[in-house]
Design a binder for this molecule. Structure first.
Ligand code: HEC
Ligand code: HEC
Length: 221
């Protein structure tokens, strides 16, 4: 137990769920104020690949490096995201500039590449959007929109919303460590819950919300 995370986090998480609860409530309240929905936010890598890049990269058409081909993408990944993005923006041989869709932003291209790398054995983190929404969405918004798909019913062992016993061990290394874990994803938990435009702050809100709903019935949540 020599983890050094945020002040109070280890002790609080390990021994005093009550204090953790208080901390989380405070955090959630602080983050809840601006709750404008994302406007014109960049699409996630998965969406861009489904709509555009998959046409060639899903099948390997025209010798496009096929999604899932660890060998091909491993070599590409070694070049780094910046360099791959430059190539994808300009195009190369049978690879059209912008993947053939000039409407895609640089961030969307970066995310699409990241997604394909990750579907092929990589572990990159999808870049966050440069066209930021007005403010972080609330935990409730994020959870309803995305996390609830799995966390409501506990799909594939996802800790359920409102299940204290399931959440306490998940939070034992501190909230920030849990946010990082959700950002990276692991096992059946997809990176950023499967939606790349969810910021770290929004992930934090969502986790706090899922945990906070765990407070005993009777209290308003
Ligand atoms: C019309 C088919 C097609 C579409 C659509 C397409 N690609 Fe490609 N892509 C290719 C082909 C073919 C290659 C291999 C090019 C070569 O090296 O000869 C390639 C190669 C790449 C590479 C590797 C570049 C390098 O450095 O060798 C990246 C990265 C890439 N594509 C990203 C994307 C992204 C991102 C999208 C969607 C926004 C996309 N591609 C859409 C055909 C396509
Ligand atoms: C496709 C289903 C799915 C979606 C959508 C999803 N999760 Fe998960 N999540 C899981 C599963 C399954 C686990 C348990 C993974 C394991 O520990 O093996 C999990 C675990 C977690 C954990 C615990 C991580 C840890 O280190 O123990 C956090 C935190 C989490 N999810 C947050 C979120 C947030 C926030 C969202 C919404 C933005 C979300 N999840 C959306 C399936 C999902």
């Amino acid at each position: 137990m020599k983890n050094r995370t945020h002040p109070g986090s280890d002790a609080a998480f390990a021994r005093a769920p009550g204090r953790l609860l208080a901390l989380c409530i405070a955090l959630a309240a602080a983050a809840a104020a601006p709750c404008a929905m994302a406007q014109g936010a960049d699409k996630s890598g998965r969406e861009v690949v489904a709509a555009t890049c998959g046409t060639c990269h899903a099948t390997g058409e025209k010798n496009a490096p096929k999604i899932g081909d660890k060998n091909a993408w491993g070599k590409l990944a070694a070049q780094g995201l910046t360099s791959l993005t430059q190539v994808a923006l300009k195009g190369i041989r049978d690879m059209p500039a912008h993947g053939g869709n000039p409407g895609l932003t640089d961030t969307e291209i970066e995310r699409a590449i990241t997604y394909m790398v990750n579907m092929s054995g990589g572990k990159w983190i999808e870049p966050t959007s440069k066209t930021k929404p007005a403010g972080p969405r609330t935990g409730q918004q994020i959870v309803q929109m995305q996390c609830a798909h799995c966390h409501e019913k506990g799909v594939d062992g996802a800790p359920k919303i409102g299940d204290t016993q399931a959440w306490i061990p998940r939070l034992k290394n501190g909230l920030e460590a849990t946010v990082l874990s959700a950002a990276n994803g692991h096992g059946a938990m997809p990176a950023r819950g499967g939606l790349a435009n969810i910021s770290d702050a929004e992930l934090r809100n969502a986790i706090v919300y899922m945990f906070r709903r765990a407070q005993p019935a009777g209290k308003k949540g």
